[in-house]
Ligand binder design. Sequence first.
Ligand code: PMP
Ligand code: GLN
Length: 384
Amino acid sequence: VNRLFEAQGTTIFAVMSQLAGEHGAINLGQGAPDDEGPEDLRRRAMEAIEKGPNQYPPMMGVPELREAVGAHDNRFYDLNVDWQREVLVTAGATEALAAALMGLLNPGDEAILIEPAYDSYRPIIEAAGATPVNVQLRAPDWKLDEEALARAFSSKTKLLVFNSPMNPTGHVFSKSELEAIAALARKHDIYVICDEVYEHLIYSGHEHIPLMSLPGMRERCVKIGSAGKTFSLTGWKIGYITAPENLMGVIAKAHQFITFTVPPAFQYAVAWGLGQDDAYYRHLAEDLERKRDLLSKGLAEAGFAVTPAEGTYFVTTDIRSLGYDGSDLDFCRELTTRTKVAAIPISAFYAPGSPNVPQTLIRFCFCKQPAALEEAIARLKEVK
Ligand code: PMP
Ligand code: GLN
């Protein structure tokens, strides 16, 4: 069997969701809403199944969705996207990441990751025969150390994987951080895989600026989005890539052998969803911001030190203030089995050999019904 994959554990999200299920815990671990998602998108998917086609759609995705992704990118970010050449539909952002990394990396290349890093990046980079090079954000305020990033580059650097708004930190990179990253990308002439699945989950005082929109970045960035996050339908697994034509060609070749294509009914529904008016996008963020505020306040009252979330589904906390002296993983296990609230240890987002892995930071997911958040808070107040 393949040694690399054989050596992997099960992802922390599956592990904690299973434990939450076994112990009847409120699941603030895995990032997924606890409702069925927008009724109008579900109805459109059902209508599309009734009406068809239900056979293989085009390998690049149905034209309606590719056009909608291009129109979305032009509407929100002025990216001047040509959907017929620059948009590909994938099986969630997960497949988009895999197709982009496999399409762009050669054995011996280096790929820079910013830790804490989402867990699917590293194994795919390694499977492509490339080497991940880690740069760590400062914990727990999640600021970028620009000098550390500059030091991570070498003559072998092929690309950087960049996630903003960022899982698990909730950090939205500022314009000046983006400019520093763009300057390094231009200087070293690398690609940047921009994981922007949380692009519309942005809270007051923050703005999502795609790295692709900065000078000299349009031709070197691969922008990845996810209908799972933008429409609160994580199980649908519809993702999309916007990339310049010269990169899209090879990424599409990887995609054709990974999944070839994804279910047409979901694609039609998402195409409609992306075209909704600004009120849809505003309500999505406002609703989540209220939930963020509810959970963050409750966590603080329960004694957790909370780092404010600027975007995403997630808020990070430090448990040192609770006087717990075990690992973050042990804390999450105990929280799930005893307190009956599941959460995710941040150390799971660091490579096994990384130095200075934080051991006291915990991620909580707030995309849940207010009643579930209230009940979780009541239980968390028992921890102290
Ligand atoms: N990137 C990040 C940062 C994520 O948090 C997630 C998952 N939720 C993904 C990619 C994968 O997205 P999808 O469910 O669309 O495959
Ligand atoms: N991205 C989700 C999270 O961070 C989980 C996705 C998954 O379970 N693979 O919680």
